[in-house]
Design a binder for this molecule. Sequence first.
Ligand code: PL4
Length: 413
Amino acid sequence: MGVFYVPNLLTKKDSSMVKRRPVFEQLPESYLFPEINRRKSLFLEKSPSASLISLGVGDTVKPLPTYVAKRMEKAAALLSTDEGYQGYGKDQGLVELREKICSRFYSDRIAVDEVFISDGAKCDIGRLQMLFGGEIKVALQDPAYPVYLEGSILQGIETITLMPCLPENAFFPDLSKLDQHDLIYICHPNNPTGAAYSHQQLQTLVEYAIKHHAIILFDIAYASFIQDPTIPRSIYEIPGAEKVAIEVGSFSKMAGFSGIRLGWTVVPKGLRFEDGHQIWKDWRRMNMTVYNGASSVIQQGGVAVLEYEGWKEVTNVLNLYQTNANKLQAGFEKLGLKVYGGKNAPYLWVHYPGRDSWDVFQDFLENKHLIVTPGRGFGPSGEHFIRVSAFAHEEQINEAISVLQSDEEGLTL
Ligand code: PL4
């Protein structure tokens, strides 16, 4: 029996050790939402009895529709029988679910095999970033959902252009100033600004992409909040988009699936790489290697969401969040603040001219016991704004509004 000597590899620098990818140096030390939780925990250590209301992270709070939960119960029970048991699912996801997505969201203008079921929009955005790799030029809205920028950094992309989206341009980038880029991220309705874009704005986006041979990565995680019938709910309502756009959708905010995870991505067969190769083919091929599909039980839940009874229940919940947004908007406007968004989106974007957005966040936390999201966390153009989420219970919204109104001066001055 020999004696083993285990060198302390963890502290010693050794050229034979695995190298850390330098791109990690370029990421902010913490992801935005955990950073908010860290500050919240620090505050609660000092003030353990404080009762906080979260209008920060955009996460659903209402229970799942019963119709949907029951379908998942049934699907799980079936798996415990010899006849009903199934293992791995179909490559692109349950056909019935893809058919329902096509008819409910795309009026059948998208083919069933152009839809890929995912375990959520964020996960598919990460895989799409892997598909396009590090050799491309990317343009992002500023402010934006942090995953677009951070995922691009992780791919090693060197050209990442931030396109300012401010009140002056109705939070839509000025594409006439953008030179050739390969991939353009647009979120509609927008996180964090709450802006929803018109047919005409989206037309300029598609025209840019056609002219510059770019691909649009269109994130519609919040499309179910669009109330105005004149606003497009999908990029494929714009002629020509099927040749230049990939669309990513999610059941998270639409149906309370943020924890159970379900989404989809549309990759039309008309999309091509420079060499003429179908993007659809590579996306399908890549997913076969790196992904094994969304849970079969959850996909059955997704089918139930899109059936008449499920959709009715889901719509009732969406209307509750919309009422919350309306109340919050009135509450902030009463303070004399300029409030954007909140009409076709679950987020309000509140302007605090001249104020550091992390300071405003801290003010809300310590003096109001309300958690919001500092605009700076979404990019430099988010400075002087906070994002307020309407995902809360009605009583919490009422409480938040009465807190706001009890001390108007402390926050607005
Ligand atoms: C916190 C524009 C929220 N931990 O749930 P998914 O993956 O289908 O969708 C995620 C997603 C995709 N696209 C947009 C989004 O805003 C989101 C979710 N964003 C927010 O508060 O901004 C939740 C963030 C979560 C996360 O990092 O996604």
